[in-house]
Design a protein around this ligand. Structure first.
Ligand SMILES: Nc1ncnc2c1ncn2[C@@H]1O[C@H](COP(=O)(O)OP(=O)(O)OP(=O)(O)O)[C@@H](O)[C@H]1O
Length: 253
């Protein structure tokens, strides 16, 4: 089993508390949706949990090791991170960008082992990118590029996957496809933590929903237990009609 665990994690920038005493867990075998309005602290929580951003207090353990002390390669072998901001380092083909996901295994574009090449091909297949592999990545549409970045994360084949708004720029079909891939990844033994703004999509796919507001985790549990009309009002300030895992937002309060 692989796990990412934070205990009372607090992140401070200047005078602002971005994350306050957060207890977050992600284990293999579960798909967790991290939810909350803009500015709630989701990205800050993920980055500090992964040891990419300094915490003020608390702890963050990746398979028992302090995540701040891991080298990029050690971290990447245990968790694939798909950030919200995804700059392309330099113009490159789609296949080579996806191959960057294999760096934890010593691979580089043009220097892939058979196992690396197979992982890259699998990621290309599931992300529906086989017709685009030789295109320059900087000529793709926003949604196509978002799928390339998803494929790069999947190609890592790490036991855990943390994805910050992976479907934000995608059309409905590809949103479902990416979430189906996350589900398959989890059913095959991985663990995925996904930031989503689409509550309906989150409720449909997540085993657990972690709700943030004003730098704090305010609820953590199954969709059945945590997705309520009251919570939608409290967290997002919207009127919502909830029926099991289906949610319809009627408007702002
Ligand atoms: N270095 C910083 N200094 C001051 N404030 C910061 C800093 N970095 C982030 N913030 C603020 O902290 C808050 C949390 O930011 P964060 O990116 O974690 O939110 P988020 O929940 O991921 O938001 P979104 O849904 O918009 O991506 C925001 O109000 C942001 O402006």
């Amino acid at each position: 089993m692989a796990e990412l665990l934070t205990r009372d994690l607090t992140v401070i920038a200047g005078k602002a508390t971005l994350v306050r005493a957060a207890n977050l867990s992600l284990r293999t075998g579960e798909l967790v949706a991290l939810l909350g309005p803009n500015g709630a602290g989701k990205t800050s929580l993920l980055r500090s949990a992964l040891g990419l951003e300094k915490r003020a207090t608390g702890s963050a353990l990746l398979n028992g090791a302090d995540s701040e002390r891991l080298s990029p390669m050690q971290r990447a072998r245990q968790v694939a991170y798909l950030p919200q901001q995804r700059p392309l380092a330099w113009p490159n083909t789609v296949r080579d960008v996806i191959a960057l996901g294999r760096f934890a295994y010593g691979a580089a574009p043009g220097r892939l082992s058979a196992a690396d090449a197979e992982a890259v091909d699998r990621a290309i297949g599931v992300c529906d990118l086989s017709t685009l592999t030789e295109r320059q990545a900087d000529t793709l549409s926003g949604g196509e590029l978002a799928r390339v970045h998803c494929a790069r994360a999947f190609a890592a084949e790490a036991p855990l996957l943390v994805a910050d708004e992976p479907v934000a720029a995608l059309d409905p079909r590809h949103q479902f496809r990416i979430m189906d891939m996350m589900r398959t990844f989890v059913n095959d033994g991985g663990g995925a933590l996904v930031v989503l703004h689409d509550i309906a999509l989150a409720a449909r796919y997540a085993d657990r929903m972690v709700w943030m507001k004003d730098a704090e985790i305010v609820a953590d549990g199954s969709p059945e237990d945590t997705l309520t009309t009251e919570r939608m009002a409290e967290i997002y300030g919207v009127r919502a009609r909830i029926d099991g895992r289906s949610v319809e937002i009627e408007g702002a309060i």
